[in-house]
Design a protein around this ligand. Structure first.
Ligand SMILES: [Zn+2]
Length: 466
């Protein structure tokens, strides 16, 4: 029995698919005007562990992940972002490219990074810019049902008209004060209530990304894109919706209001949200320079799958604190696992006891850290290596750590040496070149105390972690 924590009911529940063995699942995808960072990828990894766990339980998953390639903010003037340029358009102007070129450049990188992390490909990555027609259709229905209103070419959702508002986030209409506090202070003066949100915005003068609509030229709001694309590919009601916890309000709350308002049916049965990723216990921010990408990790010598391994160690709902030391630790553990598995005999029979416990762990709201500890228990157990090999290949369908290629992988995964140790190694090298062997040996001991052994080989220096 698979149990999942459902944000909507605030309970851990048994998962029941609408049409088993089929499962329809939607994940809010990236905004593609800049690199997708490791915090975003933690959320996509959570969705991947979920999808693989469903597949391990013999469900057949249809997974949709959208690409947000429409700028949702106004280029100039009065919007949430107080007159800043829309990020997609800003980036395009800065680089002398069209918004489309910027979006496709970052989409490419995103898809490559997903591949590096062994994230299973979604069945479809629909682009918002190619679904404006569907968004307009839903807005038309909402207007007809009087759940939305128009003011001079801009359409707002009338939040007060939707009785079930707040079911996901708890920001309900009867707690109006809380609700008003939860929405960003808005400078849009043409709406009835400040909690109302835009479904369609009138295009301002000189705007690059604009579409024709019954209300004149404009562009869609952000929330409506997920409603339009999820309903188009998964139906009015579908099984699972995932995203980062920062999307619960207002994004997902507003998705529910628009979708249920338009269709009159329940939108999603299970909502799953991934916790934040902090860097050195701080929020990631571009001004602090701690927004890391997968290529930043690679530049420092880390295998991208080390980050996958690291995310397995913290429950998806908990805050995860990323540090380079933690990643070094994960790389060492991952390397050891690969080395062990590469020595094993050909797979045969399997270890039923460990497989059972592994299944129970992943089915307990994706308790991946427990699953990983069961893997290590099995690795260290006295079972024949052929049996362990059989089981680990099964488990790796969920873990996604390339363990079937352990022999090949062994060669590519290195020990990552911290910068402080690298400096000592370089110092020792120059001492040796100058003939100061006593001083060089002294440094070798110092490095050893830090946990690294230096070997002088014909090819150069090799470093191993003790
Ligand atoms: Zn979304």
């Amino acid at each position: 029995m698979l149990k999942l924590y459902n944000t909507l009911t605030r309970k851990t529940e048994e998962f029941k698919a609408l049409n088993p063995p089929l499962v329809n699942m939607y994940t809010c995808g990236p905004t593609v005007y800049r690199d997708v960072h490791i915090g975003n990828f933690r959320t996509y990894l959570m969705a991947d562990f979920l999808r693989r766990t469903l597949e391990y339980n013999r469900f057949r998953v249809t997974h949709i992940k959208n690409i947000t390639d429409v700028g949702h903010m106004r280029r100039l003037g009065h919007d949430h972002n107080h007159g800043q340029l829309d990020p997609i358009i800003e980036e395009a102007i800065k680089k002398g490219k069209t918004p489309k070129e910027i979006a496709s450049y970052y989409t490419e990188i995103f898809l490559k990074d997903e591949e590096k992390l062994n994230i299973e490909k979604a069945n479809k990555y629909p682009k918002a810019s190619e679904h404006v027609k569907e968004m307009i259709e839903i807005i038309k229905i909402l207007l007809k049902k009087k759940l939305a209103y128009e003011t001079e070419g801009t359409i707002y959702f009338d939040v007060k008209k939707f009785k079930n508002y707040g079911q996901l986030s708890g920001n309900t209409l009867d707690k109006m004060d809380n609700l008003l506090q939860a929405v960003r202070v808005s400078l849009e003066t043409d709406k009835k209530e400040s909690i109302d949100f835009a479904l369609w915005k009138k295009a301002e003068e000189g705007r690059l990304m604009r579409w024709d609509s019954p209300w004149g030229e404009g562009f869609p709001g952000w929330h409506i894109e997920c409603t339009a694309m999820s309903i188009k590919y998964l139906g009015d009601t579908f099984d699972i919706h995932t995203g980062g916890e920062d999307l619960i309000f207002p994004h997902h709350e507003d998705e529910i209001a628009q979708s249920e308002g338009a269709t009159g049916r329940k939108f999603v049965n299970y909502w799953l949200h991934g916790g934040y990723l902090l860097v050195n216990n701080e929020k990631m921010s571009r001004s602090k320079g701690n927004v890391y990408t997968i290529s930043d990790l690679e530049k420092k010598g880390f295998d991208p799958l080390t980050f996958r391994y690291l995310t397995l160690m913290t429950h998806y709902k908990a805050k995860m604190n990323f540090t380079w030391e933690a990643l070094e630790g994960a790389q060492i553990a991952y390397k050891r696992l690969i080395e062990e598995v590469s020595k094993w005999d050909r797979p045969k029979i399997g270890c039923a006891e460990f497989e059972q416990r592994f299944l129970e762990a992943i089915n307990d709201d994706l308790n991946m850290s427990k699953a990983l500890s069961i893997v290590w228990e099995m690795v260290k157990s006295d079972y024949p290596t052929s049996a362990k090999a059989e089981s680990i290949l099964k488990m790796d369908e969920v873990l996604g750590l390339d363990l079937q290629d352990a022999k090949k992988k062994k060669k590519s995964i290195k020990v990552v040496v911290p910068d402080s140790v690298k400096k000592l190694i370089a110092e020792r090298e120059s001492l040796r070149k100058m003939g100061s062997f006593t001083k060089a040996d002294h440094l070798r001991n110092k490095i050893k105390k830090l946990g690294y052994i230096i070997k002088d080989t014909k090819k150069g220096i090799e470093v191993e972690k003790i």
